[in-house]
Design a protein around this ligand. Structure first.
Ligand SMILES: Nc1ncnc2c1ncn2[C@@H]1O[C@H](COP(=O)(O)OP(=O)(O)OP(=O)(O)O)[C@@H](O)[C@H]1O
Ligand SMILES: [Mg+2]
Length: 259
């Protein structure tokens, strides 16, 4: 197991082939004066799955919003090698008056995916997140965890090249969470999209990611990047392997150290 310094010197204005996202000396200071991020440099390769962990308020959600272009950094630069991005926000943000099915199809409708194609994709996404039986219900008839799954399905329908996931499984019970992790692994391995995801669970980060990036408390900086050398395809049973446990211990150690 080795800790790798993550200060890559990538020129974000000229994304190299094979790179999906690049943060180059990124700083983010909100108009309120809060310095959320300071000198963050990070690159994500095409098809890579990277997990971000760190204390609450260290700028993880900010980093994802910058990646999606929803905000602009106040210093440094961010570059993305694709316009096909799916974003699962920390809050599910569903339309309360629309059925689960319509909510799941929303982004595809806005992206003008033809109706027949869209309906097929919506059905597949609902199936993937286990919500087929609730397709005609309104969001208020769902639990918090089910609403998050709707949000995940809504992004999957776009078949994005890159998925930005902000604590997508935070509101789920342990068993459902494990099911969803297994589902995300299978999707990731079959669709080969790039994933940048935020989680508070070290176990989840190690299970899913090829690299775990640990951030320091605000202003968020990258404290360490840990390579997870567990081969894909990964099955959830990898949790019981000694190597997995070693990785979890290593990430936890680093996280303890930054607090
Ligand atoms: N729109 C905003 N305006 C002003 N300050 C903001 C805004 N969004 C976030 N912040 C501040 O930036 C810092 C980082 O916030 P961010 O939401 O990125 O943290 P986080 O790491 O995602 O935390 P959590 O784990 O609790 O979700 C916080 O101090 C927060 O108060
Ligand atoms: Mg957040």
């Amino acid at each position: 197991m080795h800790l790798v310094d993550t200060m890559h010197d990538v020129d974000a204005r000229h994304l190299t082939k094979g790179l999906q996202a690049s943060f180059d000396h990124v700083g983010m200071r909100y108009p309120t004066g809060t310095q959320a991020l300071d000198d963050v440099s990070l690159t994500v390769a095409k098809g890579e799955c990277v997990a971000l962990v760190g204390p609450s308020g260290c700028g993880k959600s900010t980093l994802l919003r910058l990646a999606a272009g929803l905000e602009a950094p106040t210093s440094g630069s961010v570059a993305l090698g694709t316009t096909s991005v799916g974003f699962v926000f920390q809050e599910p943000n569903l339309l309360p008056w629309s059925s689960v099915r319509r909510n799941v199809g929303l982004l595809a409708r806005l992206a003008k995916v033809p109706k027949a194609e869209r309906e097929g994709r919506v059905a597949a996404a609902l199936d993937a997140v286990g919500l087929t039986a609730f397709a005609d219900q309104l969001p208020r008839a769902l639990s918090g965890g089910m609403r998050m799954r709707v949000s995940l399905a809504r992004s999957l329908v776009l078949r994005p090249e890159m998925m930005l996931l902000d604590e997508p499984f935070g509101a789920l019970d342990e068993l459902t969470r494990q099911e969803m992790q297994g589902e995300l692994l299978r999707l990731y391995e079959s669709r080969r999209f790039t994933v940048l995801f935020v989680t508070h669970s070290v176990a989840e980060a190690v299970l899913l990611a090829r690299r775990v990036v640990v951030m320091s408390p605000r202003p968020g900086r990258i404290a360490a990047t840990i390579d997870i050398d567990l081969p894909y395809p990964r099955r959830p049973e990898v949790r019981f392997s000694p190597r997995y446990v070693e990785h979890v211990a290593a990430v936890s150690d680093v996280l303890q150290g930054v607090r």
